[in-house]
Design a protein around this ligand. Structure first.
Ligand SMILES: Cc1ncc(COP(=O)(O)O)c(C=O)c1O
Length: 452
């Protein structure tokens, strides 16, 4: 099996160089084309997308996660079109969709008494951190190594430190800024901790309780592959934070409406003080929110803490959120088991294909979130529990080679071992079977290239 030839991507290359003339770097987000393969899209539908050269892809990136119903779900489009053609698309005043979506959030999310809308996950996590600080009157926020909460100065630290030696001890990592231009003071307002280690965080919180406002956590880390919590970890963290007067913040930007209708809170039965939502809540429309218990959200209600935005609670995006939540409330009993079934079928198939071709691979996932990890040697692991374990175990080079073979054969995955695959309700068994067959060919091609 030889390497797949690069499909004709002449138009993508041309379009991307034209984009680069007016858009710095050619695209408006940091990571999208990390593979270096220019790919400009023409159109999308269901589980598929087509580039400007007409190449078709089965898509497991799904617009970086929001497209829980796949591309262009007709019910969501209809709700948005009805709203903007009959009522309007930008109000900046309270409107009917405010309370419809707010009430659906109250019904679905155990930890939501009240919410506030934002326009992105980054804004939601910034607002949640500020609220925790305002409520507790303390300043430090615990954040986990390998976790991503958005691109703001307040939390873009220790997301992907590549030099662990420079990042300090396992139990007390240094806060490492992930970008130039971030003042050190923001790092000093954070305490970085390893994920999944209750003993370490117990000690940290006990010793520094007087200065810790909150713990900001992705209940399952979804930005260094997928790392589910150990059994009991979130429950123990909840007990600890309660005991020491520290706010527990669940960043559910990835897990929200994805792993269950009630997100991680329902899935693991743990209720935080504050939580954040984005991505799936709008199925691709830019709507997000943060929320929490009345005790915390009353601080927002009294406007003691500043939160605002011209486009927050836009009727355009809330029409989408309303339609998404209606569909989730209607379909949740069948939708989540089905997404999980497809996801596990894919994950098992990919790992089997890798092993058939001599590669050391495991997968980790929760519901429709999954990632396949490749070992850089033959060492066996059952599970990877935190960022450092992943960094030490995985073969990023192999992931890149495989990714390219998959993309050239018509399967689009994130171009990084540290991201993850998403499943949508638009994916079918046939998509999964085709993807596994393509994975077999791709691993074989990589194995042959490496043997040369
Ligand atoms: C867990 C988590 N929080 C926050 C964000 C930031 O969301 P946004 O890109 O909408 O700003 C992301 C984005 O991927 C995320 O994965």
């Amino acid at each position: 099996m030889s390497a797949a030839p690069k499909p004709n991507m002449t138009k993508s290359v041309e379009m991307f160089s034209r984009c680069k003339k007016s858009i710095a770097g050619g695209e408006s987000s940091y990571a999208r084309l990390r593979s270096g393969i220019e790919l400009c899209l023409d159109h999308t539908a269901g589980s598929r997308m087509w580039d400007v050269d007409g190449n078709e892809y089965i898509d497991y990136c799904l617009g970086f996660g929001p497209l829980i119903f796949g591309h262009n779900p007709q019910d969501i489009i209809k709700a948005v079109v009805d709203q903007i053609t009959t009522k309007g698309y930008h109000f900046s005043f309270p409107h009917e969709l405010d309370h419809k979506v707010g009430e659906a959030m109250q019904r679905l999310i155990p930890g939501v008494d009240k919410i506030r809308f934002t326009c992105s996950g980054t804004e939601s996590t910034m607002a949640a951190m500020r609220l925790a600080r305002a409520y507790t009157g303390k300043e430090k926020i615990i954040k986990f190594e390998g976790a991503y909460h958005g691109w703001s100065d307040v939390h873009l630290y220790s997301v992907h430190p590549s030099l662990i030696q420079a990042s300090g001890r396992y139990n007390a990592p240094n806060a490492m800024a992930d970008s130039t231009g971030i003042p050190k003071a923001f790092g000093e307002s954070l305490i970085i901790q390893p994920f999944n280690d209750i003993k370490i965080i117990e000690q940290t919180i006990r010793q520094r309780q007087h200065e810790i406002a909150g713990v900001l956590i992705e209940p399952a880390m979804a930005n260094c592959g997928i790392v589910p919590p150990r059994d009991g970890y979130l429950q123990e963290l909840r007990a600890l934070t309660e005991k020491y007067g520290v706010a527990l913040i669940f960043d559910e930007v990835m897990t929200g409406f994805r792993i269950a209708a009630g997100g991680a809170q329902e899935y693991w039965g743990v209720t935080p003080d504050i939580c954040t939502y984005a991505k799936a809540i709008g199925a691709g429309f830019p709507v997000a929110c943060f929320g929490g218990t009345d005790e915390f959200m009353d601080v927002e209600a009294r406007n003691e803490v500043y939160h605002g935005g011209t486009y927050t609670a836009s009727p355009l995006t809330l029409a989408a959120a309303d339609a998404v939540l209606q569909r989730i409330e209607r379909d949740k009993d069948t939708m989540y088991p089905e997404l999980t079934r497809l996801s596990e079928k894919l994950a098992d198939g990919l790992v089997a294909a890798a092993r058939d071709n001599g590669f050391n691979a495991i997968w980790q996932g929760v519901g429709p979130l999954l990632q396949i990890f490749f070992g850089k040697d033959d060492s066996k692991v059952d599970r990877l529990y935190n960022y450092r374990e992943i960094l030490n175990w995985v073969d990023e080079e192999l992931y890149s080679e495989w990714h390219q073979e998959m993309q050239y054969r018509g399967v689009y995955l994130f171009p990084s071992q540290y991201e993850r695959l998403f499943m949508s309700t638009a994916h079918t068994d046939q998509d999964i079977e085709d993807t596994i067959a393509i994975a077999q060919e791709s691993f074989k091609a990589v194995a042959e290239q490496r043997a040369k």
